[in-house]
Design a protein around this ligand. Structure first.
Ligand SMILES: [Zn+2]
Length: 160
C-alpha cells in the first residue's frame, strides 16, 4: 500500500498478525516514522503520529487516545470501558522507577546511550469495569521496548 500524505489509522478485517508478537489485530497505521503500514496489537501499538514538540491535530489526538484505550481494554481481556484523562508526569506514576527501564540493559552506559531522548510516555486513564466501579490506571509507553505497561493504583507494577 502506498504511503498516504497524512497520518492515518486503518481498521480492517480480516485481522492481520501484529508486527511484533503476531497477536491478531484489526488496526494498522501510517505515520511519519515508518515507510510502510505498521500493524500492531493493543500491547504494541501506540499511535504516536507526531514528534513531541509538534502540535497534533484533533484526529491525531483522538487516534492516539484510541490506541491507549485499546491497550487498557486489552489488558482487561476486552471487558469494561476506558477514557484517557490526559498525559501524566512519568516520575509521578505510582510504582514506576527508571530502574524498570534500565534493568533491560547490560550497563548504565548502554542504557544512557540508547535511552537518550527516549524516555517513556505516561497517560492517566479511568477504567470502568462491567459492574460500574472505576479505577485510575497509568498506561506507560516505552519507546525502547515498543510496548505498553499498565501501572495500577496499588503502587506496584501490575502482574501479567
Ligand atoms: Zn503485539
Amino acid at each position: 500500500m502506498e504511503h498516504p500524505d497524512k497520518n492515518v489509522v486503518l481498521y480492517f478485517t480480516p485481522s492481520l498478525p501484529c508486527d511484533k508478537c503476531a497477536r491478531a489485530t484489526n488496526v494498522g497505521y501510517f505515520t511519519q516514522w515508518n515507510a510502510g503500514m505498521q500493524v500492531e496489537c493493543w500491547e504494541h501499538g501506540y499511535v504516536d503520529f507526531v514528534a513531541r514538540e509538534e502540535r497534533p491535530t484533533q484526529y491525531e489526538i483522538t487516534e492516539k487516545y484510541n490506541s491507549i484505550v485499546r491497550f487498557v481494554i486489552g489488558k482487561k481481556d476486552g471487558y469494561g470501558s476506558c477514557i484517557v484523562i490526559g498525559a501524566f508526569p512519568l516520575d509521578s506514576v505510582p510504582g514506576y522507577t527508571e530502574q524498570s527501564e534500565r534493568e533491560y540493559f547490560d550497563s548504565d552506559e548502554e542504557y544512557i546511550q540508547q535511552a537518550t531522548g527516549m524516555e517513556p510516555i505516561a497517560h492517566l486513564v479511568r477504567y470502568e469495569d462491567e459492574e460500574g466501579s472505576t479505577t485510575e490506571f497509568y498506561a506507560v509507553w516505552s519507546i525502547i521496548w515498543h510496548e505498553f505497561t499498565l501501572y495500577g493504583d496499588n503502587n506496584s507494577r501490575e502482574s501479567e
